[in-house]
Write a protein that binds this ligand. Structure first.
Ligand SMILES: [Fe+2]
Length: 182
């Protein structure tokens, strides 16, 4: 079984670097090489379905999140205002990247993550994720800050494409709407 306490401690140690993402990426690469071990470790911790329930660890410098996506799940477009490293250990997670210009939001890239793949996101990255396959997918997301309390985060209203202040409850509502989940 993957030792999540050790994983968190090793991520915390990486924060001493100017850019912690190479070390965090290596830690994630090692962890996702053992999908069964991660399933077992997360099974002991994250029992709920909400984003909050799936936070394995968070403080002001680091958040470790288990992200389970059902088939058809589509997140709204959002930013994090901190670096992030995403590793898929079961299934697939499609990442669409966006840029905001004077005339609105435009898709500016993509990364289709399959089992064993990793994406490193910069603090200014704007993205949306979806599960493109017909079964549940699982990923580990590590962020360089407190994902819940970080100020100045944004999400984009899927109906109007307007930028809004990030709010986790409303993000969940938009996700349900976009995913066709009642
Ligand atoms: Fe995100």
């Amino acid at each position: 079984m993957v030792d999540l306490d050790a994983f968190v401690a090793n991520c915390k140690a990486a924060l001493a670097d100017d850019d912690p993402t190479p070390k965090v990426e290596a830690l994630i690469r090692e962890a996702i090489a053992d999908p069964e071990g991660l399933h077992a470790a997360f099974g002991e911790r994250s029992t709920g379905k909400s984003l909050r329930d799936r936070i394995v660890y968070h403080d002001d410098e680091l958040t470790v999140l288990q992200v389970a996506t059902v088939p058809g799940l589509q997140s709204p477009v959002h930013n994090h205002n901190m670096w992030a490293v995403i590793g898929v250990y079961d299934g697939e997670e499609y990442n669409a990247f966006f840029e905001e210009t004077a005339d609105g939001l435009h898709q500016a890239g993509e990364k289709h993550l399959k089992e064993g793949d990793i994406a490193v996101l910069q603090p200014e990255t704007i993205h949306a994720i979806n599960n493109p396959i017909d079964r549940k997918s699982n990923a580990i997301h590590v962020y360089g800050g407190n994902l819940v309390t970080r100020e100045g985060r944004s999400m984009w209203n899927p109906r109007t494409q307007e930028r809004e202040d990030y709010e986790i409850g409303q993000l969940s509502e938009y996700t349900k709407e976009l995913s066709g989940i009642a």
